[in-house]
Design a binder for this molecule. Structure first.
Ligand code: HEC
Length: 158
């Protein structure tokens, strides 16, 4: 009985998975890049220490984004501003670059990094408005800058 029901169910899942249910565009469903794209990212060669440092900064970036969202949910705009400035702004950039062999990153990587820090400074500036209609579009730009770089670069050729 169960096995009989499983066959149409499997067929239906296969249909869903093949994308019949959702219209897809070049940029994926609802603007999200599909997971299984060919990997065309440019590798940046770093030694083990610099790689470790880069990873620590990235993990902290994600944690900072989480903490900013938590602060916004608490309506603590001052904390949200401080976190954004300290951990995502130009201050963070100088700190990270001092430890990550900046000469090993291509100029275009630096441009993406600077665009990201600039977006973060604008987000920090929007925080005192206490208005999510002003804050969220700037937050979106920061996250777009994270995504833009992740689509272009990876740390090794594997
Ligand atoms: C200028 C480029 C750039 C920007 C901007 C950037 N990243 Fe990254 N990030 C990278 C690269 C390169 C990697 C390594 C990817 C790889 O080797 O597969 C990475 C890896 C990561 C990882 C995985 C770390 C691990 O455990 O290996 C996380 C999480 C991450 N980034 C979060 C963020 C967040 C959040 C932001 C924005 C607030 C951000 N990144 C902005 C370049 C960037």
């Amino acid at each position: 009985m169960i096995r009989q029901a499983a066959v149409p169910l499997l067929f239906f899942s296969a249909l869903l998975a093949s994308g019949c249910a959702e219209p897809k565009t070049a940029s994926g469903i609802n603007g999200v890049t599909p997971v299984h794209l060919p990997d065309v990212r440019t590798p940046v060669q770093l030694d083990a220490d610099a790689r470790q440092e880069h990873r620590a900064v990235m993990l902290q970036h994600l944690e900072t984004v989480q903490a900013i969202v938590a602060a916004l949910a608490d309506e603590d705009y001052r904390l949200a501003q401080g976190l954004t400035e300290t951990h995502l702004g130009f201050f963070m950039h100088r700190h990270a670059m001092a430890r990550q062999q900046p000469e090993n990153f291509p100029p275009a990587y630096h441009d993406l990094a600077m665009a990201h820090h600039e977006a973060a400074e604008k987000l920090a500036d929007a925080m005192p408005s206490r208005d999510l209609k002003q804050i969220l579009p700037e937050f979106n730009k920061v996250l777009k800058a994270c995504v833009a770089c992740h689509l272009e670069y990876k740390l090794r050729s594997s």
